[in-house]
Design a protein around this ligand. Sequence first.
Ligand SMILES: Cc1cc2nc3c(=O)[nH]c(=O)nc-3n(C[C@H](O)[C@H](O)[C@H](O)COP(=O)(O)OP(=O)(O)OC[C@H]3O[C@@H](n4cnc5c(N)ncnc54)[C@H](O)[C@@H]3O)c2cc1C
Ligand SMILES: *[C@@H]1O[C@H](CO)[C@@H](O)[C@H](O)[C@H]1NC(C)=O
Ligand SMILES: *[C@@H]1O[C@H](CO)[C@@H](O)[C@H](O)[C@H]1NC(C)=O
Ligand SMILES: *[C@@H]1O[C@H](CO)[C@@H](O)[C@H](O)[C@H]1NC(C)=O
Length: 473
Amino acid sequence: MAGRTRTAKLSLCLIVLVTGFDRALSSSAAQRCFCQVTGSLEDCACDVETIDSFNNKQLFPKLQKLIATDYFRFYKVNLNKPCPFWTDNSHCGLRDCAVEPCTPNEVPDGIRASSSKPIQDPLEASEDSEECEKAEQLGAVNSSLSEDRQKALQDWNRYDDEEDRFCMVDDEESPDIEYVDLLLNPERFTGYKGPEAWQIWNSIYEENCFKPYTVSRPLNPLVTYSGENEGRGFYNWLEGLCVEKRAFYRLVSGLHSSINIHLSARYLLEDSWSGPKWGHNISEFQQRFDEKLTKGEGPKRLRNLYFLYLIELRALAKVLPFFQLPSVQLYTGQPEQDQQNKELLLELLQVAKSFPLHFDETSLFAGNKKEAGKLKEDFKLTFKNISRIMDCVGCFKCRLWGKLQTQGLGTALKILFSERQIASLPRPQGELLPFQLSRQEIVALFNAFGRISTSVRELENFRSLLSKLHDEM
Ligand SMILES: Cc1cc2nc3c(=O)[nH]c(=O)nc-3n(C[C@H](O)[C@H](O)[C@H](O)COP(=O)(O)OP(=O)(O)OC[C@H]3O[C@@H](n4cnc5c(N)ncnc54)[C@H](O)[C@@H]3O)c2cc1C
Ligand SMILES: *[C@@H]1O[C@H](CO)[C@@H](O)[C@H](O)[C@H]1NC(C)=O
Ligand SMILES: *[C@@H]1O[C@H](CO)[C@@H](O)[C@H](O)[C@H]1NC(C)=O
Ligand SMILES: *[C@@H]1O[C@H](CO)[C@@H](O)[C@H](O)[C@H]1NC(C)=O
């Protein structure tokens, strides 16, 4: 009985969480919930604490172990694709969602100027060449692989699938494509910032017409954006025309939060002769997420991170039947290791499935069949666009992780949209599988979720650092 009450309470909290309907909670409680700057978690601790403890205790350790294995640490990516939007004026990437392409004059000077520069150097415009050099260094990708490894990877290629892709996948035949060892290139502070980085985020939000509602192009639409579904109830919101598009916005925002948590948690604290020292920079974190310092935006952004977490977790739970197929191998050419990896992966998916409060995505992705089909197409296109925008990210390491996470999220959505096909697995022998994932998609899916899961874990670290700081004062 007590259990049932708890579940009911938790689901309510979850609804509040996934819909972003703030009024159900007093705003201060809601905000304390996500970023405990002061005070305790008290009344609405339920939802976030459930996710936190589920993630931090059960899922995170397994996932970390899995993505450190050979199968998962090598990601195939083309980091040398030219930016399709800002290189010439015929592809104006900066217009509103209007149909008319804009003339060169409409492109802000800064962007036009930067498009003629080599993309490797995000800070070239800055006077401070020392800082510029440093950012370049921090943002570099170490693509070194041993010869043995390279041979093995060529072998893996034979096993890659080429099916129904959700995302813009890099042309695998391109000579520029390479494998990158993700463990050698952790996502962390790179110093990539300023107008260029801002422009990327802005394009991702703006370009794709997927904002909750259109603001008439203020100087910084992201800052002025606020008050999602103000004065409207949960059900109104669901019935609204653009539920999915709002959801989309929240996913992107969650990704944005995750990236910014990582750079705050693995900040370059010191760079001395004994080598760089990476660690938590509390003030950086506060600048980005503290309720007061962000005028209330920070907690919303963190809530979006949890939303993203739930969506990707849901996808993992749903994709279990696919990975249970004996024909699905995590091939690296070391049968014993491959088998162990597969067992570990299935264990992880079972854990994901055991999460008691799964987000009910049917309202989001099922709809009536025609609508759902249209929506799936929309999402697909938008994801393609975001993948392409990632080719405009000037810092290579950011580009690497940006691409990976976009593809991972795209794969999660592909799974959620393919529920029926996955449920129809396994098929009689010889019949074509109605659902497929390529190696690249698998690697991206788990590593992307690894990033989000790590962010949730890092929030706990920040909470405890902040409370220590608080105690000392
Ligand atoms: C694809 C990509 C990958 C990146 N990877 C890295 C990396 O690995 N390491 C690194 O050090 N830097 C990385 N960056 C840069 C980093 O994300 C910031 O852009 C940079 O640190 C500058 O931060 P900022 O405070 O100016 O605001 P930004 O984070 O650039 O945000 C721009 C504006 O968006 C709004 N905003 C901020 N967060 C959110 C959110 N969660 N939801 C909605 N709106 C929001 C705010 O109004 C803010 O002013 C990456 C950038 C991009 C585009
Ligand atoms: C890349 O990583 C390898 C292996 O850790 C290391 O030996 C090499 O020095 C690194 N290269 C650069 C440019 O950092
Ligand atoms: C993607 O970008 C293209 C070209 O910039 C544009 O025509 C299209 O409408 C965009 N698609 C979506 C879904 O935003
Ligand atoms: C932490 O980040 C802030 C910017 O938010 C910066 O001014 C400060 O120097 C950083 N602290 C350390 C120890 O690097």
